[in-house]
Design a protein around this ligand. Structure first.
Ligand SMILES: [Zn+2]
Length: 364
């Protein structure tokens, strides 16, 4: 855990008979209170953001329960019991003393799956570092509640994080020097790159073996499910176990292979097995309904056009055995769009695959 600005030290040595007192560091105050059980130490957070701290102590003739060091998170404007100190030897005339240290820590790095924000203290303030551990681009939305801090660039902001990248996306600096400060981050992200621009000159291969033919069960704007974000998807009917080939080269960014159920209802959607491939132009191809454990590539793998991805099936939201294929990109944090594409077949280049028509794969 990185230290927040610097660590602060309380040096307080007192006798057990001392009155309750409070001592503050930044926006956190530690107060002691004498109770029949001993001395209770409380942490009071006086800021509008969560305080995270680690408390260590040097105790003389006292034992702490729970024992120190202890790590605490105290919500805004709340008080929390740190520990209770009890004399080890309670005979009269014995003195008891303690001193404790409070290290104020950065709030825990918020992560959403494999996308995280870390904070790092610098001479000028706090750097916010975004980390994308996935194999594809991610579009992140960052917002924060800032207490006596300002952000450069201003928040909220949207940033595309390339695959496996780490970059500083904002710097926080203190507004008033002698005041306390804090921050709480809110991140959201979507897989993919909202600025992806499909290379319209790309001709895709049909996603099955050259020489083999499959009927289009549902084409662009298909009445069953090819609407909205799936408008430009194509379903190729094929028996379960048919090899599925990459229609275009790229990097495997996500797979699912453990789904077993399939039915023509929304409730089966989550069981659908798939392979997602990010292309050079950052668009993502979605190959869906693979059979149970029928995916033969792994996340992070680079695949070339025509490389085998696995075996078709009928898992997920499917009315029967087929391969669903679509090229997509996110257009916001909440919405995707599909992109019309062209295929090469034995009949030449097909820019509008027709429902009910059979197409035969060929090499370009
Ligand atoms: Zn489909």
């Amino acid at each position: 855990m990185r230290h927040y600005l610097k660590s602060f030290l309380f040096h307080i040595s007192i006798l057990i008979t001392t009155q309750a007192y409070a001592n503050c560091v930044e926006n956190v105050c530690i107060a002691s209170q004498k109770t029949p059980a001993g001395i209770e130490l409380h942490a009071q957070n006086q800021a509008s953001t969560t305080a995270v701290m680690e408390i260590t102590a040097d105790l003389k003739n006292l034992k702490a329960s729970p024992t120190l060091p202890i790590r605490l998170e105290v919500p805004p404007f709340q008080k929390a019991l740190v520990t209770t100190l009890e004399p080890i030897d309670a005979r009269q005339g014995y003195s008891y003393a303690y001193q404790f240290n409070v290290h104020k820590l950065a709030p825990p790095a918020p992560c959403k799956g494999d996308v995280c924000i870390e904070s790092s203290n610098t001479m000028l303030g706090i750097d916010l570092i975004a980390k994308n551990s996935t194999y594809g681009d991610v579009t992140m939305h960052l917002d924060a509640q800032l207490d006596n801090l300002k952000s450069n660039p201003a928040l909220p902001l949207i940033k595309v994080l390339p695959a496996r990248s780490q970059l500083t996306i904002a710097q926080l600096t203190r507004e008033k020097m002698a005041h306390s400060q804090g921050f709480q981050l809110k991140i959201r992200h979507v897989i993919g790159n909202i600025y992806a621009h499909h290379d319209a000159s790309t001709v895709y291969r049909l996603p099955f073996n050259p020489g083999s033919s499959h009927l289009v069960g549902q084409g662009f704007d298909g009445a069953f499910t090819h609407k909205g974000s799936n408008r430009f998807a194509i379903d190729f009917n094929m028996p379960i176990g048919t090899p599925v080939l990459a229609a275009r080269a790229g990097t495997v960014v996500d797979i699912k292979s453990n789904g077993t159920a399939g039915c023509p209802e929304k409730r089966c959607e989550a069981d659908g097995n798939y392979v997602r491939i990010q292309h050079a132009d950052a668009t993502i191809a979605d190959y869906a309904h693979f059979k149970f454990q029928g995916v033969t590539v792994v996340t992070g793998q680079k695949v070339s056009t025509g490389q085998m991805l696995g075996y078709s099936g009928a898992t997920g939201y499917a009315s029967g055995p087929h391969l669903h294929f679509a090229v997509k990109k996110p257009i916001s944090l909440d919405a995707w769009e599909s992109i019309p594409i062209k295929f090469i077949s034995t009949d030449g280049i097909i820019s509008q695959p027709l429902e009910g028509q059979t197409y035969t794969a060929t090499l370009p």
